[in-house]
Write a protein that binds this ligand. Sequence first.
Ligand code: GLN
Length: 558
Amino acid sequence: MSKYIFVTGGVVSALGKGIAAAATGALLEAKGLKVTLQKLDPYINVDPGTLSPFQHGEVYVTDDGAETDLDLGHYERFTSIRTSQANNFTTGKIYYNVITKERRGDYLGETVQVIPHITDEIKRAIKSVSDGYDVVIVEIGGTIGDIESLPFLEAIRQIRYDVGRENVLYIHLTLIPYIKTAGEIKTKPTQHSVKEIRGIGIQPDIILCRTEWPLPPDVKKKIAIHCNLDVDAVIAARDVDTIYEVPLMLHYEGLDHLISKKFNLNPIEPDLSPWKDIVRKIKEPKNEVTIAIVGKYTGLKDSYKSLMEALIHGGIANDARVNLQWIDSEEIEVHGPERFLSEVDGILVPGGFGYRGIEGKVKAIKFAREKKIPYFGICLGMQCAVIEFARNVCGLSANSTEFDLNTKDPVIYLMERWYDYKKEGVEVRSESSHKGGTMRLGAYPCVLKEGTNALKAYGNKELSERHRHRYEFNNAYRGILTRHGLKISGLSPDGELVEMIEIEDHPWFVGCQFHPEFKSRPTDPHPLFRAFIEASVREKRSLFPSLEIEDEEKRRGI
Ligand code: GLN
């Protein structure tokens, strides 16, 4: 029988509930338990695929092609799980299932209601992921007090009765603000939040208090008394320098010990050495590089969450601090690339949609190619690299049909027919079937060519990576582009879909049609991010050989 941990949040949003849930998963895995995580989102969209990145941050893609909440990215980065469709349910998806059943006549004339039909569907969703796991951690999106989250809270309240109270734990995450003028930390918002959740029938077993300051014993005691808990169940979740320190911090605060005690599990000490190693490399790196990310949503960093993390992982692999410089590609369109890119060690153009900012990205890529600065193009970043090469090296009037339907040289276009390895059948698309179900989503296989930077990075010819795009490399232009020095380094197994490109006579210029950032972990940095940061460190060294000595001197305090 699996044990369930439900993580709710109170007081304010953005307290890092996803990271708290993921780090709890990491701690339990470090104790040798089999753990899975799930996110329940109260909003009504069936999935986040159609949400603006400005509003909701990154759309995280799973192997099975689900477009999910970015917290699933945290789950994959902190634990060994690979998530799927079933790890993220929204109110929309739950209602969609119930309404489909109602239309089919499954309810045999019953009046379909929130309780029990919606709550039963939620419980089914939760139980659907539990098979084979010791612990299932379920994070409830939103904040206590939201109208939309009520059915989810009712469902998790009921589960305790379905599976037995010894198998369920409720963790409530709150904020302990520090009032500067009074010089005091305040527990009242936590008391109110716990009162609210108890009103719904849920008594938290553990309270995680987000706080900038350590919690003195008398404050913990006050929270414990007001919230009906033992003092050791009030845990200070202090701010830390890097999110990868959270498992360590929660362990020192006694969280995993407390969970073992409450669940009657073997109190094995977790092996946290990999996390200690990661934190050390992040805090005391030997090298340092600056990477420019040239994109459109640079105002909202959350829309590039996995990308930012994967770059940090690339840094961990190279003992390097990775400083990120966010550059709005429209600024490059106006002012040119020199002003923004002359001092960076690597340039990255990430995924994106729509024409706005494209010409600035193409200019940035030309700069990277000509000045021999390491370049990494992801999805749209690869497509723009192909456009740039076609225009400036092959002399074509190239574009993607996404940006100019009537372009003379559509080097990137909607491929009308292609073999879909996932669906195991031929996929047909056209410009008129533009939005909707025509995206290539989820994991697809790719085969690498000999003698490429891609193969050098992966060390393995066959790979599988996650996609989220509509447009593809146009095979009609393979001849002219390759004759001018563009290398096709990765292809689908039937050789039809170009998955990776690179160019010769350049320290490291690689583009991929997929999103490698989704599969990178701090404990296992993605090969392409590792290689990109490695090239950026190497090129910086070759420009400034004295840096190594200076760094070493600085490190030793000379
Ligand atoms: N807009 C491009 C396409 O749909 C690239 C998408 C992306 O970068 N994820 O093909």
